[in-house]
Structure formats: structure tokens, C-alpha cells
Ligand binder design. Structure first.
Ligand code: MG
Length: 284
């Protein structure tokens, strides 16, 4: 009741002052402020500031006016899927995955680990996603072979086309925009947080999809925030275009696509291992 009383007072204040208006250069949230004269517990009049964000009173306790955030139970240990995640790979089988053309994938599950085999090609989720939070654990081969881009190369693609590079980048120099955690050809990671070959590593990716207009022009670029082994390596990076290989020193620009696409794991000819893959869908 007290809250409603305050709201009524606030509304009166709003009516009396006529002050509130959106201000500043930002469209969202719409901020309104006003002052209400109230009587405090000591019986004294005092001026109290009121403020709404998108029409909701700041510090509003009534759940009908300010809904409580949904309860999500976190995983039992860091990195394990929380209660609202969609588990994409849980160590048992490749259910929910296919080859790129929709046929059965040749990737294998061995000792609870997902791996490509020779010439198996990429593997993709059957279900498609847009903006999301994605957790992927991976390990490059313990037996080091090759160098540069030929050493532990794989990748995780959002919407089937924006590649977060997987590479054995532990004491393995290559072009920065192609090392582990790079958005391939577009953005080097802020730091190299790689573990040694054969050790399990993680990506936690917050991805917001790009938006295209009716002419196929990008009107909102994709953004990536990525933690590699818990270390921030892409900080709300606004992707300047596509990440697909075009030539030695070039990648493709944005090309219009739908609102959703698969999560894809790359077969680059190296037996990179995967485990514990889960996703949470996000609002755009
Ligand atoms: Mg790759």
C-alpha cells in the first residue's frame, strides 16, 4: 500500500510540476525526473526526488510494476550449464548435430569427447540460434604437430559464419587476427590467454547478431564479448564484417542472412577435442 501511496504522490507531483521530459542524447531508457514534497517520519516537509526508467519507478518494490528477474540456478561448478541453458553436447552422442548438408555427421564421441575425423567436414547444430551466450570447452592435440595456422586449428562459428578462432596459440606465433580467440580476420584477442596443448580451455561468448535492412545492408553490426579461460579477450567488439576466408589478406564483408543460424564447429584437419557445450538464447 505504501508503494501505491508513493506512486499516487509522485503522479500528483508529476501533474503539478509538469517538469518531466526525456533528456540527453540517448533514446533509451526514457528517463523522467521530478520532485515531490513529502512529510517525513518527524512530521517535517521535505523534497524527495523521483525518477522513472522506461516508465518504471527506480527502486520499485511491487513485482507487478517491476517484475523480478527469473531465477536461474547456476551450474554446480563454474562452466557447467545453468538451469536455463540448452545443452548442445553433454559427452554422450551427436544428437542435435549434423553435417553441413544435413546428413549424419562423421564426428565421433570417444571418452565423452567430441572430435572430427579425417575429412569429416564441419559439424553444425540442427537447431538455429540468433543472439546468445555460448559456452564451449576445447583442447588442441597434446602431441604438437605443425605450426602457425596448421597447429590445432578449429573454430566455433556463430550463425554458421562468424568464426571465433580455435588454435593452439601456446608459444605458436601466427597472424594476430587468426590466433585463438580472434574473430577471424577482423579482431585479434586483447591478450593471449592460451593454455598448453592438450589442456582443456574454454570460451564464454556473448554474441548479439547483426541486423540487415530490406536491401541487405547491415544496419546493426554483430557484437562479441568473449572470455577465454575466464579472461576477457573481446570487449563488446563490434564486428566490422564477415569472417569467412576470402584470400590471403582478405575476408568477406557482411552478407545478409536470416535471424538465426547454427552453431558450427570447424574441421580444419586437426583433431581438436570438444566437451561441455551449452547455449542460452538472448534478446537482440
Ligand atoms: Mg579456424
Amino acid at each position: 500500500m505504501k508503494v501505491r501511496y508513493l506512486i499516487a504522490l509522485a503522479a500528483i507531483g508529476l501533474f503539478l510540476t509538469g517538469i518531466p521530459a526525456a533528456y540527453g542524447q540517448f533514446d533509451s531508457p526514457v528517463i523522467k525526473e521530478w520532485v515531490v514534497t513529502e512529510v517525513n517520519d518527524q512530521g517535517e516537509e521535505e523534497e524527495v526526488d523521483y525518477m522513472t526508467l522506461d516508465g518504471v519507478l527506480v527502486h520499485e518494490s511491487d513485482p507487478e510494476l517491476a517484475p523480478q528477474p527469473p531465477i536461474v540456478t547456476p551450474g554446480s561448478i563454474p562452466g557447467m550449464p545453468p538451469s536455463d541453458a540448452i545443452v548442445l553436447f553433454n559427452g554422450k552422442n551427436t544428437d542435435g548435430w549434423s553435417a553441413e548438408d544435413g546428413s549424419t555427421s562423421q564426428w565421433i564421441v570417444k571418452n565423452a569427447v567430441l572430435q572430427p575425423v579425417e575429412d569429416s567436414g564441419t559439424i553444425r547444430t540442427v537447431k538455429e540460434f540468433g543472439s546468445c551466450q555460448l559456452h564451449v570447452e576445447w583442447a588442441t592435440p597434446a602431441n604438437v604437430e605443425g605450426d602457425g595456422q596448421g597447429r590445432g586449428n578449429s573454430g566455433v562459428f556463430l550463425m554458421g559464419q562468424y568464426e571465433v578462432q580455435i588454435l593452439d596459440s601456446y608459444e605458436n606465433t601466427t597472424y594476430p587476427d587468426g590466433q585463438a580467440g580472434a574473430l577471424y580476420g577482423r579482431s585479434a584477442p586483447l591478450v593471449n590467454a592460451s593454455r598448453k596443448p592438450g589442456e582443456w580451455q574454454s570460451f564464454d561468448i556473448i554474441f548479439h547478431r547483426p541486423v540487415f535492412d530490406e536491401n541487405g545492408e547491415v544496419v546493426k553490426r554483430a557484437t562479441f564479448t568473449i572470455f577465454h579461460n575466464g579472461v576477457l579477450i573481446q570487449d563488446h567488439l563490434e564486428l566490422s564484417g564477415g569472417t569467412l576466408w576470402k584470400s590471403k589478406h582478405s575476408v568477406f564483408p557482411y552478407e545478409a542472412h536470416g535471424d538465426r543460424g547454427p552453431v558450427v564447429l570447424q574441421d580444419h584437419g586437426n583433431p581438436v577435442s570438444f566437451r561441455n557445450i551449452w547455449i542460452r538464447e538472448l534478446e537482440d
